[in-house]
Design a protein around this ligand. Sequence first.
Ligand SMILES: Nc1ncnc2c1ncn2[C@@H]1O[C@H](COP(=O)(O)OP(=O)(O)OP(=O)(O)O)[C@@H](O)[C@H]1O
Length: 536
Amino acid sequence: MDSGPESGNAHVPDGSGAGMSNLGYDESQSMAMDQSMGMDSNMFMPQQPMRQPLDYHLYTAPLPHVSSNLQTSNPLHSFFIPDDLRRTFQARHEATYLPVGPSPGIPSELGVYHSLVQLEGPGGPSRVYGHPAPVYRAVSTVDGNVYCLRRIEGFKLVSETAFQAIDNWRRMRHPNIVGLREAFTTKAFNDNSLILVYDFHPDSTTVYDEHLNPDAPPLSMGRRRQGMPIPERVLWSYVTQIANALKAVHSLNLAARNLDPSKVLITGKNRVRLNGCGILDVLAYDGQTPMAVYQQEDLVSFGKLVISMCCEFFQPGQHPAAPLDHIARHYSPDVKNLVLFLISKPQPIKSIDDVIRMLGPRILNELDAMQKFEMDPRWSDTGDRYILKLFRDYVFHSMGVDGKPVLDLSHVLTSLNKLDAGLDERIMLVSRDDQSCLVVSYREIKACIEAAYGMAKKSTAVVHPTGIAIAASAGSAGREPLPHAYWWFFQIIEPLLTFGGAFFAMFQPAKYAADLLPPEVERLTRIMGETSRGGS
Ligand SMILES: Nc1ncnc2c1ncn2[C@@H]1O[C@H](COP(=O)(O)OP(=O)(O)OP(=O)(O)O)[C@@H](O)[C@H]1O
């Protein structure tokens, strides 16, 4: 493993470079210029480049809505990603890659992690864990990804068996739980610390900070916190997602044990995830209490969490009469019934399944809100789309003779260029199960893409005006070098080809774009742009 801050930082350009280019700063070019002029860049440039804030005001606001405009008239702004979406990505990129100078007391390396940055200023002991529990952002040398490190200060491990639940937590992959990667102890901070490594969710906040904490730090880009009261619709959305997470946790014979507003992370619009899972399994390990006891405690804590989300005045330990009265006056009777069920004594025992049964129709609402479309699994297996699906595999998912994936950018570029030219050259497309085989020309594939794109344009403009913005930016052939435009096209339709579905009727740009524009895609796109400019 590398040691010392210098070699540790050698990994940073892989991740932070992507971020820097987003910020409009190309460090490599200026370095190259300095070197070609025989100068030592360190003489003239600070090691850490000064970062200029982005000129957010330069992004155009949406044009005024004109109701008489025909849907087909393609207003100018429909060709660009909506500004709020762009700002969200920008904020996430900054939160992930913004370089920060060395901080006192923070080691430059910690196991396979380097470039540690503390996410919040030093605080006192955590309300949930009893120990100071700062959170750091760090880059892994193993995969180059950014992770979130939770450090429990001043914790001395007495028995290795305290780690036995960690393996189960590591297996947990759930959309409403922050994934735990690993846990270890360290003396790198000059004390005994426990470190738990979680997935990093940039620009996230907690339910406590978003709704309950009047002194919460400001959000990025001047966004306002929602504060209290939490609208009933949002409350049910949170409750459904937390119940969903608890169901998964209890099914794996685990217990969350830290249901608290500060341990529910908001990682997107109304998307919540249980955070800090597994910490109390190590911290408060006794090796005797059966998991069922902790699971019953989870349900009571869940009830208290719902009360906290309804009444800001609720304090742990307070008698529930006043909060329940408040809930009865401000929310529908179902909320009060749910809370009463959760905090009352079990007879003989209650389970998360009972809660899910009580939520019944609310779960359907949540499902509706998340997937306002009819899934048609055969959509991508029929008609022109099937050819596109096979062509997508041919271009981007090549396999070697040994069955292993091969990433060959020249093959990608050549294929996209031929596609752009609409050559009569024929290629053989084979499905992944080797059961179908089609021989088609680039000209025919091009016609399929144009038909699919035209359909997307027509339908998304009617159903979701911003959908067309994504689709249009995917295929903005006039503004990008053409292979580049096709690249984007495939990035956008990738999940649609994979999952099927009447996507034209339900195109959810925020949902897809959030999944589709990760830094890796951006990095690859840049590489492609550079390769094609280099004339390969
Ligand atoms: N997995 C994560 N990814 C990204 N950011 C995270 C992650 N976990 C926590 N954070 C950030 O760290 C901040 C602090 O989280 P933490 O759980 O310490 O809350 P807290 O209110 O300080 O609670 P406590 O009283 O336990 O210290 C959160 O607001 C969030 O911005």
